[in-house]
Design a protein around this ligand. Sequence first.
Ligand SMILES: Cc1cc2nc3c(=O)[nH]c(=O)nc-3n(C[C@H](O)[C@H](O)[C@H](O)COP(=O)(O)O)c2cc1C
Length: 325
Amino acid sequence: MIKTALTELLGIQHPIALAGMGGGTSPELVAAVSNAGGIGIMGATDVEAEKLPGLMAAIREKTDRPFGMNLLLHGADEDQIREVLEARPAVLSTAWSRDDQDLAEIFDRAHDRGLKVMHMVPTAADASKAANAGADVIVAQGTDGGGHIGLVGTVVVVPSVIKEVAPLPVLAAGGIADGRGLAAMLALGAAGVLIGTRFLATTESPLHEAFKKLIVESDGTDTIVTDIADILMGTEWPGALERIARNRIVERWLGRTNELRRRREEVLPAMRKARGQGDGDEAILYWGQTAALIDEVVPAGQVIEQMVAEAEVILRERLPRLVAG
Ligand SMILES: Cc1cc2nc3c(=O)[nH]c(=O)nc-3n(C[C@H](O)[C@H](O)[C@H](O)COP(=O)(O)O)c2cc1C
Protein backbone atom coordinates (compact mmCIF):
# COMPACT_ATOMS: atom_id res chain seq x y z
CA MET A 1 0.00 0.00 0.00
CA ILE A 2 1.25 3.47 -0.85
CA LYS A 3 -0.29 6.08 1.42
CA THR A 4 -0.16 9.73 0.42
CA ALA A 5 -2.01 12.96 1.15
CA LEU A 6 -4.37 12.05 -1.74
CA THR A 7 -5.32 8.61 -0.40
CA GLU A 8 -5.91 10.17 3.03
CA LEU A 9 -7.96 13.09 1.68
CA LEU A 10 -10.27 10.97 -0.48
CA GLY A 11 -10.28 7.78 1.59
CA ILE A 12 -9.04 5.68 -1.34
CA GLN A 13 -6.48 2.85 -1.46
CA HIS A 14 -4.12 3.90 -4.24
CA PRO A 15 -2.81 7.34 -5.30
CA ILE A 16 -4.05 6.93 -8.87
CA ALA A 17 -6.72 8.98 -10.62
CA LEU A 18 -8.40 8.31 -13.95
CA ALA A 19 -8.29 11.57 -15.96
CA GLY A 20 -11.80 12.86 -16.69
CA MET A 21 -11.41 12.50 -20.43
CA GLY A 22 -14.20 13.78 -22.64
CA GLY A 23 -15.03 10.92 -25.01
CA GLY A 24 -12.53 8.66 -23.24
CA THR A 25 -14.42 7.79 -20.08
CA SER A 26 -17.62 5.89 -19.34
CA PRO A 27 -19.45 4.74 -16.20
CA GLU A 28 -17.83 1.30 -16.70
CA LEU A 29 -14.29 2.70 -16.75
CA VAL A 30 -14.89 5.17 -13.90
CA ALA A 31 -16.34 2.42 -11.72
CA ALA A 32 -13.54 -0.01 -12.63
CA VAL A 33 -10.90 2.49 -11.47
CA SER A 34 -12.76 3.37 -8.27
CA ASN A 35 -13.50 -0.31 -7.51
CA ALA A 36 -9.79 -1.07 -7.93
CA GLY A 37 -8.96 1.47 -5.22
CA GLY A 38 -8.13 4.53 -7.33
CA ILE A 39 -10.43 7.46 -8.06
CA GLY A 40 -12.40 7.25 -11.28
CA ILE A 41 -13.29 10.59 -12.89
CA MET A 42 -15.88 10.99 -15.63
CA GLY A 43 -15.42 13.58 -18.38
CA ALA A 44 -18.70 15.52 -18.38
CA THR A 45 -18.12 18.64 -20.49
CA ASP A 46 -19.77 17.18 -23.59
CA VAL A 47 -22.77 15.85 -21.66
CA GLU A 48 -25.92 18.01 -21.62
CA ALA A 49 -26.93 19.20 -18.14
CA GLU A 50 -30.19 17.25 -18.09
CA LYS A 51 -28.34 13.98 -18.82
CA LEU A 52 -25.85 14.42 -15.95
CA PRO A 53 -28.03 13.04 -13.09
CA GLY A 54 -28.61 9.82 -15.09
CA LEU A 55 -24.90 9.54 -15.86
CA MET A 56 -23.94 9.83 -12.20
CA ALA A 57 -26.68 7.35 -11.23
CA ALA A 58 -25.19 4.91 -13.78
CA ILE A 59 -21.77 5.25 -12.10
CA ARG A 60 -23.34 4.75 -8.66
CA GLU A 61 -25.00 1.55 -9.88
CA LYS A 62 -21.54 0.15 -10.61
CA THR A 63 -19.59 1.39 -7.60
CA ASP A 64 -20.18 2.62 -4.08
CA ARG A 65 -16.64 4.01 -3.92
CA PRO A 66 -15.72 7.70 -4.35
CA PHE A 67 -15.66 9.05 -7.91
CA GLY A 68 -15.31 12.45 -9.55
CA MET A 69 -16.85 14.47 -12.38
CA ASN A 70 -14.70 16.59 -14.72
CA LEU A 71 -15.73 19.87 -16.31
CA LEU A 72 -13.54 21.94 -18.60
CA LEU A 73 -14.47 25.30 -17.12
CA HIS A 74 -14.12 27.38 -20.27
CA GLY A 75 -16.65 25.14 -22.02
CA ALA A 76 -19.00 24.17 -19.18
CA ASP A 77 -22.20 26.09 -18.50
CA GLU A 78 -23.88 26.96 -15.22
CA ASP A 79 -26.52 24.23 -15.61
CA GLN A 80 -23.82 21.56 -15.90
CA ILE A 81 -21.98 22.87 -12.84
CA ARG A 82 -25.23 22.92 -10.85
CA GLU A 83 -26.21 19.36 -11.81
CA VAL A 84 -22.78 18.00 -10.89
CA LEU A 85 -22.72 19.76 -7.53
CA GLU A 86 -26.27 18.72 -6.66
CA ALA A 87 -25.45 15.05 -7.16
CA ARG A 88 -22.49 15.36 -4.76
CA PRO A 89 -19.85 13.10 -6.26
CA ALA A 90 -16.73 12.94 -4.05
CA VAL A 91 -14.70 15.16 -6.37
CA LEU A 92 -15.27 18.09 -8.72
CA SER A 93 -12.41 17.90 -11.21
CA THR A 94 -11.82 21.05 -13.25
CA ALA A 95 -9.36 22.37 -15.82
CA TRP A 96 -8.75 25.08 -18.41
CA SER A 97 -10.67 28.00 -16.95
CA ARG A 98 -10.82 31.40 -18.61
CA ASP A 99 -9.17 34.32 -16.85
CA ASP A 100 -12.53 36.02 -16.34
CA GLN A 101 -14.02 33.04 -14.46
CA ASP A 102 -14.37 33.24 -10.69
CA LEU A 103 -12.77 29.99 -9.50
CA ALA A 104 -13.36 30.75 -5.80
CA GLU A 105 -17.11 31.07 -6.37
CA ILE A 106 -17.27 27.65 -8.08
CA PHE A 107 -14.95 25.95 -5.59
CA ASP A 108 -16.85 27.43 -2.59
CA ARG A 109 -20.13 26.05 -3.90
CA ALA A 110 -18.50 22.62 -4.29
CA HIS A 111 -17.16 22.76 -0.75
CA ASP A 112 -20.60 23.79 0.61
CA ARG A 113 -21.95 20.50 -0.77
CA GLY A 114 -19.08 18.44 0.61
CA LEU A 115 -17.14 17.89 -2.63
CA LYS A 116 -13.35 18.09 -2.84
CA VAL A 117 -12.00 20.18 -5.70
CA MET A 118 -9.19 18.96 -7.96
CA HIS A 119 -8.01 21.55 -10.50
CA MET A 120 -5.55 20.80 -13.33
CA VAL A 121 -2.98 23.40 -14.45
CA PRO A 122 -0.11 23.65 -16.95
CA THR A 123 1.96 26.25 -15.01
CA ALA A 124 2.93 27.22 -11.46
CA ALA A 125 1.19 30.60 -11.91
CA ASP A 126 -2.11 28.89 -12.70
CA ALA A 127 -1.55 26.56 -9.74
CA SER A 128 -1.17 29.55 -7.45
CA LYS A 129 -4.49 31.00 -8.67
CA ALA A 130 -6.31 27.71 -8.11
CA ALA A 131 -4.77 27.27 -4.66
CA ASN A 132 -5.81 30.81 -3.67
CA ALA A 133 -9.31 30.04 -4.92
CA GLY A 134 -9.47 27.10 -2.50
CA ALA A 135 -8.71 23.96 -4.57
CA ASP A 136 -8.02 20.89 -2.40
CA VAL A 137 -5.76 19.14 -4.92
CA ILE A 138 -3.78 20.58 -7.81
CA VAL A 139 -2.98 18.47 -10.87
CA ALA A 140 0.24 19.57 -12.57
CA GLN A 141 -0.02 18.54 -16.22
CA GLY A 142 2.99 18.29 -18.51
CA THR A 143 3.32 18.28 -22.28
CA ASP A 144 3.92 14.52 -22.54
CA GLY A 145 0.19 14.00 -21.99
CA GLY A 146 -2.60 13.39 -24.46
CA GLY A 147 -5.36 15.91 -25.13
CA HIS A 148 -5.03 19.62 -24.38
CA ILE A 149 -1.71 20.56 -22.81
CA GLY A 150 0.53 23.50 -21.97
CA LEU A 151 4.17 24.03 -22.86
CA VAL A 152 6.16 22.66 -19.91
CA GLY A 153 7.26 19.02 -19.55
CA THR A 154 5.96 16.89 -16.67
CA VAL A 155 9.31 16.49 -14.87
CA VAL A 156 9.63 20.29 -14.65
CA VAL A 157 6.04 21.37 -14.09
CA VAL A 158 5.40 18.93 -11.22
CA PRO A 159 8.13 20.21 -8.85
CA SER A 160 7.45 23.84 -9.93
CA VAL A 161 3.80 23.47 -8.95
CA ILE A 162 4.64 21.63 -5.73
CA LYS A 163 6.96 24.45 -4.72
CA GLU A 164 4.27 27.01 -5.51
CA VAL A 165 1.35 25.45 -3.60
CA ALA A 166 2.92 23.41 -0.76
CA PRO A 167 1.51 21.93 1.43
CA LEU A 168 -1.43 21.30 -0.93
CA PRO A 169 -1.32 17.81 -2.48
CA VAL A 170 -0.22 17.84 -6.13
CA LEU A 171 -0.91 15.06 -8.66
CA ALA A 172 1.34 14.57 -11.67
CA ALA A 173 -0.26 14.17 -15.10
CA GLY A 174 1.21 13.59 -18.54
CA GLY A 175 3.45 10.70 -19.46
CA ILE A 176 2.68 8.26 -16.65
CA ALA A 177 1.63 4.75 -17.57
CA ASP A 178 3.28 2.30 -15.16
CA GLY A 179 4.83 1.78 -11.73
CA ARG A 180 8.09 3.42 -12.80
CA GLY A 181 6.20 6.61 -13.63
CA LEU A 182 4.27 6.47 -10.37
CA ALA A 183 7.45 5.96 -8.31
CA ALA A 184 9.21 8.76 -10.19
CA MET A 185 6.38 11.23 -9.58
CA LEU A 186 6.26 10.29 -5.88
CA ALA A 187 10.02 10.94 -5.81
CA LEU A 188 9.39 14.42 -7.25
CA GLY A 189 7.06 15.05 -4.33
CA ALA A 190 3.70 14.37 -5.97
CA ALA A 191 0.88 12.88 -3.89
CA GLY A 192 -0.12 10.65 -6.78
CA VAL A 193 -0.76 10.54 -10.51
CA LEU A 194 -3.62 11.33 -12.89
CA ILE A 195 -3.62 9.14 -15.96
CA GLY A 196 -5.38 9.39 -19.30
CA THR A 197 -3.80 7.51 -22.20
CA ARG A 198 -3.00 4.25 -20.29
CA PHE A 199 -6.68 3.97 -19.31
CA LEU A 200 -7.84 4.55 -22.91
CA ALA A 201 -6.35 1.17 -23.80
CA THR A 202 -8.28 -0.86 -21.22
CA THR A 203 -11.10 -3.37 -21.56
CA GLU A 204 -13.64 -0.98 -19.99
CA SER A 205 -12.61 2.09 -22.01
CA PRO A 206 -15.31 3.37 -24.40
CA LEU A 207 -12.73 4.02 -27.14
CA HIS A 208 -13.33 2.19 -30.44
CA GLU A 209 -11.43 -1.13 -30.36
CA ALA A 210 -9.56 -0.11 -33.53
CA PHE A 211 -8.16 2.96 -31.73
CA LYS A 212 -7.13 0.93 -28.66
CA LYS A 213 -5.18 -1.27 -31.08
CA LEU A 214 -3.47 1.80 -32.57
CA ILE A 215 -2.33 2.90 -29.09
CA VAL A 216 -0.91 -0.57 -28.44
CA GLU A 217 0.90 -0.53 -31.79
CA SER A 218 2.20 3.04 -31.40
CA ASP A 219 5.82 3.61 -30.42
CA GLY A 220 4.85 6.96 -28.87
CA THR A 221 6.56 9.07 -31.53
CA ASP A 222 3.49 9.42 -33.74
CA THR A 223 1.80 12.36 -32.00
CA ILE A 224 1.92 16.06 -32.80
CA VAL A 225 1.19 19.17 -30.71
CA THR A 226 -1.05 21.43 -32.79
CA ASP A 227 -4.26 23.47 -32.83
CA ILE A 228 -5.69 21.76 -35.89
CA ALA A 229 -8.29 19.78 -33.93
CA ASP A 230 -9.68 22.89 -32.23
CA ILE A 231 -9.82 24.76 -35.53
CA LEU A 232 -11.79 21.85 -36.97
CA MET A 233 -14.13 21.65 -33.93
CA GLY A 234 -14.51 25.43 -33.88
CA THR A 235 -13.50 25.64 -30.20
CA GLU A 236 -11.31 28.28 -28.52
CA TRP A 237 -9.12 26.97 -25.71
CA PRO A 238 -7.61 29.43 -23.25
CA GLY A 239 -3.93 28.96 -23.88
CA ALA A 240 -3.80 25.28 -24.83
CA LEU A 241 -2.59 23.24 -27.76
CA GLU A 242 -3.58 19.61 -28.21
CA ARG A 243 -1.51 16.44 -28.52
CA ILE A 244 -3.11 14.19 -31.13
CA ALA A 245 -2.08 11.32 -33.36
CA ARG A 246 -0.26 12.53 -36.48
CA ASN A 247 -2.37 10.61 -38.97
CA ARG A 248 -3.61 11.22 -42.52
CA ILE A 249 -6.26 13.83 -41.71
CA VAL A 250 -3.78 15.83 -39.63
CA GLU A 251 -1.07 15.63 -42.31
CA ARG A 252 -3.60 16.82 -44.90
CA TRP A 253 -4.43 20.04 -43.02
CA LEU A 254 -1.06 20.97 -41.50
CA GLY A 255 -0.13 24.42 -42.81
CA ARG A 256 -3.60 24.88 -44.35
CA THR A 257 -5.52 26.14 -41.32
CA ASN A 258 -7.19 29.04 -43.14
CA GLU A 259 -8.67 26.65 -45.65
CA LEU A 260 -9.68 24.29 -42.82
CA ARG A 261 -11.54 27.16 -41.12
CA ARG A 262 -13.42 27.80 -44.37
CA ARG A 263 -14.26 24.14 -44.99
CA ARG A 264 -15.18 23.09 -41.42
CA GLU A 265 -18.82 22.38 -42.30
CA GLU A 266 -17.69 19.80 -44.85
CA VAL A 267 -14.68 18.30 -43.01
CA LEU A 268 -16.15 17.96 -39.49
CA PRO A 269 -19.03 15.58 -40.30
CA ALA A 270 -16.68 13.40 -42.34
CA MET A 271 -14.22 13.28 -39.43
CA ARG A 272 -17.01 12.38 -36.97
CA LYS A 273 -18.18 9.60 -39.28
CA ALA A 274 -14.62 8.27 -39.48
CA ARG A 275 -14.37 8.33 -35.68
CA GLY A 276 -17.60 6.36 -35.34
CA GLN A 277 -16.31 3.79 -37.81
CA GLY A 278 -12.94 3.33 -36.12
CA ASP A 279 -11.06 4.80 -39.08
CA GLY A 280 -7.64 5.65 -37.61
CA ASP A 281 -6.53 7.60 -40.71
CA GLU A 282 -9.41 10.05 -40.91
CA ALA A 283 -10.42 10.53 -37.24
CA ILE A 284 -8.83 13.06 -34.87
CA LEU A 285 -7.39 10.93 -32.06
CA TYR A 286 -6.13 12.32 -28.77
CA TRP A 287 -3.43 10.33 -27.03
CA GLY A 288 -0.11 10.96 -25.34
CA GLN A 289 3.47 9.80 -25.54
CA THR A 290 2.84 6.93 -23.11
CA ALA A 291 1.52 4.98 -26.09
CA ALA A 292 5.20 3.93 -26.22
CA LEU A 293 4.75 2.09 -22.92
CA ILE A 294 1.40 0.41 -23.58
CA ASP A 295 1.67 -3.09 -25.02
CA GLU A 296 -1.74 -4.60 -24.42
CA VAL A 297 -5.36 -3.86 -23.68
CA VAL A 298 -6.08 -5.08 -20.14
CA PRO A 299 -8.75 -4.40 -17.50
CA ALA A 300 -8.30 -1.06 -15.68
CA GLY A 301 -8.06 -2.87 -12.33
CA GLN A 302 -5.07 -4.81 -13.63
CA VAL A 303 -3.36 -1.57 -14.71
CA ILE A 304 -3.71 -0.21 -11.18
CA GLU A 305 -2.67 -3.43 -9.46
CA GLN A 306 0.49 -3.76 -11.59
CA MET A 307 1.34 -0.08 -11.29
CA VAL A 308 1.20 -0.12 -7.51
CA ALA A 309 3.07 -3.44 -7.22
CA GLU A 310 5.86 -2.19 -9.51
CA ALA A 311 6.14 1.15 -7.70
CA GLU A 312 6.33 -0.60 -4.34
CA VAL A 313 9.27 -2.75 -5.47
CA ILE A 314 11.10 0.33 -6.79
CA LEU A 315 10.48 2.33 -3.62
CA ARG A 316 11.19 -0.53 -1.16
CA GLU A 317 14.02 -2.36 -2.89
CA ARG A 318 15.65 -0.79 -5.92
CA LEU A 319 16.03 2.81 -4.73
CA PRO A 320 17.06 2.08 -1.10
CA ARG A 321 19.80 -0.27 -2.46
CA LEU A 322 21.28 2.68 -4.40
CA VAL A 323 22.01 4.59 -1.21
CA ALA A 324 22.86 1.67 1.09
CA GLY A 325 26.40 1.94 2.39
C1 LIG B 1 -8.73 11.49 -25.13
C2 LIG B 1 -8.40 12.50 -24.07
C3 LIG B 1 -9.42 13.37 -23.66
C4 LIG B 1 -9.14 14.29 -22.63
N1 LIG B 1 -10.18 15.08 -22.18
C5 LIG B 1 -9.99 15.83 -21.07
C6 LIG B 1 -11.11 16.52 -20.48
O1 LIG B 1 -12.24 16.48 -20.99
N2 LIG B 1 -10.88 17.20 -19.33
C7 LIG B 1 -9.64 17.26 -18.74
O2 LIG B 1 -9.51 17.87 -17.67
N3 LIG B 1 -8.57 16.64 -19.30
C8 LIG B 1 -8.73 15.92 -20.43
N4 LIG B 1 -7.64 15.26 -20.98
C9 LIG B 1 -6.30 15.41 -20.38
C10 LIG B 1 -6.15 14.51 -19.16
O3 LIG B 1 -6.83 15.10 -18.07
C11 LIG B 1 -4.71 14.29 -18.70
O4 LIG B 1 -4.12 15.50 -18.32
C12 LIG B 1 -3.79 13.60 -19.69
O5 LIG B 1 -4.45 12.53 -20.33
C13 LIG B 1 -2.57 13.08 -18.95
O6 LIG B 1 -1.60 12.58 -19.81
P1 LIG B 1 -1.51 11.03 -20.28
O7 LIG B 1 -2.49 10.94 -21.39
O8 LIG B 1 -0.08 10.89 -20.69
O9 LIG B 1 -1.86 10.15 -19.12
C14 LIG B 1 -7.86 14.36 -22.02
C15 LIG B 1 -6.86 13.48 -22.47
C16 LIG B 1 -7.12 12.56 -23.47
C17 LIG B 1 -6.02 11.61 -23.89
